[in-house]
Design a protein around this ligand. Structure first.
Ligand code: ADP
Length: 267
């Protein structure tokens, strides 16, 4: 059975569901409603960008949906399984088993090789680090020849590809990528976004990309817009221009400029 077919049979059709998720920071007069009853559903094998003006709740959505923080209200389900509202240890386990992360600054351990960094989530989870699987994933991201290299010996784009391999190694229900191209040049950004798209197409992974860059968002199958902690629209088969235009309407004057001057324009 192919990897894709295997994942299909072991997965629900819905990778991520949020039901009326709310999060308030602070109390009294200083309280800020960062998320205000967000309900959404992302199918397995989808590539979704989340966009919105600064302060619209993107980071909070990511933190809550990925189990890094807890919402005040609402439910979060990954692959049909509800995220634990229980102990910190249970939440950590849930996150480790079901969620993959790709961060802007790669977060690789400098003293571990490419292969060791990639297998780390398996070892932390007490699972056997299947060498063939780790090497196959590194081959898929184009790093099959760099297994023994240290992060310092790689370019930014290559480091981010290690981070993507590391995010995929546990076969998570959802991979969250938080501004994954924020530190990359145009060419490397294109490579990383294309790789994320390919990962979804070829391997049926589910990717949520949080970004402020309309060009980065245009690599996704669809874009969800946030404003003031609420869903404020949706765009299928997005172009960078359509995303930038929507962002301008949401009140982010910088979006139009970003579409023209951003690091990815011209890709
Ligand atoms: P975005 O990622 O879209 O810029 P955030 O999720 O970071 O938005 O923030 C949403 C709102 O919540 C903003 O008004 C922000 O100031 C507020 N906020 C975020 N984190 C905190 C925090 N730790 N304490 C207080 N307010 C916060």
């Amino acid at each position: 059975m192919s990897e894709r077919a295997r994942q299909r049979t072991s997965r629900t059709a819905e990778a991520l569901r949020l039901v009326s998720v709310s999060k308030v920071y602070g109390t009294g007069d200083g309280a800020v409603t960062a998320l205000d009853g967000v309900t959404l559903s992302l199918p397995s094998g989808s590539f979704t960008a989340v966009m919105g003006p600064s302060g619209s709740g993107k980071s909070t959505l990511l933190q809550c949906a990925a189990g890094l923080d807890r919402p005040d209200r609402g439910q979060i389900l990954v692959d049909g399984e509800e995220m634990s509202g229980g102990s910190e240890a249970a939440l950590t386990r849930f996150r480790r088993d079901r969620i993959g992360f790709v961060f802007q600054q790669y977060n690789l351990l400098p003293t571990l090789t490419v292969e060791e960094n990639t297998s780390l989530p398996l070892r932390l989870a007490g699972r056997k680090a299947n060498r063939e699987r780790v090497r196959a994933i590194l081959g898929q991201v184009g790093l099959g020849e760099r297994l023994g290299h240290l992060p310092d010996e790689l370019s930014g784009g290559q480091r981010q590809r290690v981070a993507i391999a590391r995010a995929l190694v546990t076969r998570p229900g959802v991979v969250f990528a938080d501004e994954p191209t924020g530190a990359l040049d145009t060419r490397s950004a294109h490579d990383v976004l294309s790789l994320l798209r390919e990962t979804v197409r070829l391997h049926g992974s589910t990717v949520v990309l949080v970004t402020h860059d309309p060009v980065a968002a245009s690599y996704a199958d669809s874009v969800l817009f946030l404003a003031d902690g609420r869903l404020a629209g949706h765009l299928s088969a997005p172009t960078a221009e359509a995303v930038a235009e929507r962002m301008t309407r949401l009140g982010d004057g910088a979006a139009g400029r970003r579409a023209g001057d951003g690091p990815l324009m011209g890709v």
